[in-house]
Design a protein around this ligand. Sequence first.
Ligand code: NAP
Ligand code: MG
Length: 450
Amino acid sequence: MSILINPTTGEELDHSPASATPEEADAAIARAHDAFPAWRDVAPGERARLLRAFAAIVDDHLEELAQLEVLNAGHTIGNARWEAGNVRDCLNYYSAAPERLFGRQIPVAGGTDVTFHEPLGVVGIIVPWNFPMPIAAWGFAPALAAGNTVVLKPAELTPLTAIRIGELAVEAGLPEGVLTIIPGKGSVVGERFVTHPLVRKVCFTGSTGVGKRIMAGCAEQVKRVTLELGGKSANIVFADTDVAAAAASAPGAVFDNAGQDCCARSRILVQRSAYDEFVGRLETAVRSFRVVDPSDEQSQMGPMVSSGQRDSVQAYIDDASVAFTGSAPDGPGWWLPPTVVESRDTSEAVWREEVFGPVVAVMAFDDEDEAVALANDSDYGLSGSIFTSDVGRALRVARRVEAGNLSVNSHSSVRYWTPFGGYKQSGLGRELGPDAPNAFTEEKNVFIAH
Ligand code: NAP
Ligand code: MG
């Protein structure tokens, strides 16, 4: 058992769930395997109805789930409500998939050719601590809709909302074994998803290092794998944009969730002629960013998830030349202030590495080619933003930046109905959007001779 801590206060929580042993993980996987044939054979309309019932019961418990996330992960209450609502929305969206898992009829000589999308069996989902609810739902909602059963391992630090959502699934009428939450260590439960032959696909979100090991492990059985890994996304600000608006929105794009976001725009590239104005306005915006108790309705940023994560981010700050910071509470809890670094050298760790905390590095560029080259000078390629009033430039740059999720004159990148995923070492495969259920199926081709 690992003791859970409230990141806002540093105090132990009353209840910490037991970590599953390898034997318990195996037993849960076996039960999910046993539950699979019946779940696969539930009529499409009935599976759809059950997913909508699951969504409704999540909605009924939205406030409870949100409060649990504030307590366990230190998320702001506003974010936590959005996150619980995102679980509901993913379930509702993919509840329309069972009746729409279309195959094709392909013209052939001498017969009829049809394709089917068939579920894989047991899907193992490994979730990190930064967005415990949404990342779980992005996996289980389309996987269940496509007729798979799911075993899900939450992060050791943040298991509480996933455990509650698992209970709500049963209350909604999903049969036992269809969605099983298995709290435990990555090296035990997560590892078992990779090595157990009855788990047919692993969906992993987390660090690039662990993701590479999971991909290598899955290769042993040619196991299907989806990876959502780290990022070092660029926010590119051209001088022709509304500089005030770009500067006002930049803090939220990196300090939301205390920077513990794979899509954080943690590098800001600013065209040189607008650089001084942008940095001046950014300072004003950062100083007024409200870093307070996350249960305060006005809070824009809470603490780091753990003392370990705070220490790892602090080490980057210690090595960087800080231009200015915002504020953070003193006293207990794992707090850091929003921190802005002016970078002049692309070899600096704070420029290259995923800090995963409230730290942003700003650098000047001269022209479009240099902006694109700087943005692409990264092993990662998850997301990014482009601020310009020139629509041709917006499209040119959007096509040239090597990243899976870009936004123009905004920082939004994740909608459950649009695809999400990374280029390069930010990941493999896509989640969300209309095609996600297909990623949890095999396409079968059948030829019938006339
Ligand atoms: P992590 O180690 O990659 O953990 C993510 C998930 O994988 C957790 O559930 C973890 O379990 C599990 N895991 C760990 N080792 C495993 C293994 N050998 N086999 C199977 N599963 C395993 O990430 P972290 O340590 O929490 O965070 C470290 C860094 O990763 C962060 O600073 C950040 O840079 C990056 N990160 C990225 C994202 C993202 O959304 N892309 C999310 C979180 C973290 P445990 O709970 O037992 O560790
Ligand atoms: Mg780890």
